[in-house]
Design a binder for this molecule. Structure first.
Ligand code: NCD
Length: 320
């Protein structure tokens, strides 16, 4: 086993070999999930707690299902935070939960870096389910698996990530992963939605969709993240759709077999045309959701193996 992480806090610390190991194991879980008995025992006896300090439907459901299919005891905590006390609440909650001996803690938090901080306070494996605009590693891994299955490889592809890059942890984790695997990454969006210092990322930047989409293999659309904007970033949603919304005309600049992705939730008619999103010949958006469960099963399985090995070494013999 090459995967040597204690936590999954981001894509940044992962090696290409570790990424490939996650994806290869996830392939096995894709098969399991398509079979009738969707049960394995990789997490039997372990406790998984999901702490979502931000609203989530698909990510939380996906982690919950992944844990249950692997036999863990899964608990969802609905976290309500007063915006003033976020930091304090986070650490207090972490210590309280730690006393219940969880093995896997899945955390989503509106502040970048909050999940790293929490990981330092607990003695279980922590999985980042999205922290502010920082990272969303399981999203990048499920996107990678979706691309690898659709394109037959995950290297030397030309991939355009389009829209609200500045506020997107999905974009950040994807840029890191796709570059580690030696793909060419293009970012397309209005200059107001590009993060500062983007030139240092080693990506090509475009503010015109026709130009940026030329001959790409993959078109990854992002949600316009209004909750992270204090106004003034775009003139209007209509204008945004006209310039940056993915429709058939703009998609025609990409390769004829280019696939279309979106992490969800989608704003139809804002960043993507509903018909493109539903076109089963181009859109792999439903595959992304399916791969999400398998990738989360793979990551939790690998983390649990490490956890058990470390506990054995520490002589605690907590688990078989
Ligand atoms: C993304 C997220 O929360 O960062 N969604 C997701 O995980 N399914 C993207 C988004 O919210 O736009």
């Amino acid at each position: 086993m090459q995967f040597s992480q204690t936590h999954l806090l981001g894509i940044e610390p992962l090696s290409p070999v570790e990424i490939t190991e996650v994806l290869d194991l996830a392939e096995q879980y894709v098969d399991l999930n398509q079979s009738e008995r969707k049960h394995a025992d990789a997490l039997t006896g372990l406790t998984q707690i999901n702490m979502f300090f931000e609203n989530s439907t698909r990510t939380q459901a996906s982690f919950e299902l992944a844990g249950k299919r692997l036999g863990a005891d899964v608990m969802n905590m609905a976290m309500q935070v007063s915006s003033l006390k976020k930091g304090e609440t986070l650490i207090d909650t972490a210590l309280t939960l730690n006393a219940m001996h969880p093995d896997l803690l899945v955390v989503r938090h509106p502040h970048s870096g909050a999940v790293d901080l929490l990981a330092q306070k607990v003695n279980c494996s922590v999985l980042n389910a999205g922290d502010g605009r920082h990272e969303h590693p399981t999203q990048a891994l499920l996107d990678a698996l979706t691309i690898r299955r659709a394109k037959g490889r995950l290297y030397r592809l030309s991939i355009a990530i389009c829209g609200d890059i500045a506020h997107s942890r999905v974009a950040r984790s994807n840029i890191l992963l796709l570059q580690k695997m030696e793909n060419r990454v293009r970012l397309i969006g209005p200059p107001t939605l590009m993060p500062a210092g983007i030139a240092d990322f080693g990506v090509e930047v475009f503010d015109d969709m026709a130009e940026g989409l030329r001959d790409v293999d993959v078109v990854m659309m992002l949600r316009l993240q209004r909750e992270r904007m204090d106004g003034g970033f775009i003139p209007s949603e209509r204008e945004y759709y006209f310039r940056y919304g993915l429709d058939a005309e703009k998609l025609s600049f990409a390769k004829p077999d280019a696939i279309v992705m979106h992490p969800g939730p989608m704003n139809r008619g804002v960043e993507i045309d509903g018909e493109i999103a539903d076109d089963i010949n181009r859109s792999v958006i439903q595959d992304q959701v399916e791969m999400g469960v398998a990738v989360r099963m793979a990551v939790m399985d690998l983390l649990a193996r490490g956890l058990r090995a470390r506990r054995r070494e520490a002589g605690k013999g907590v688990m078989a």
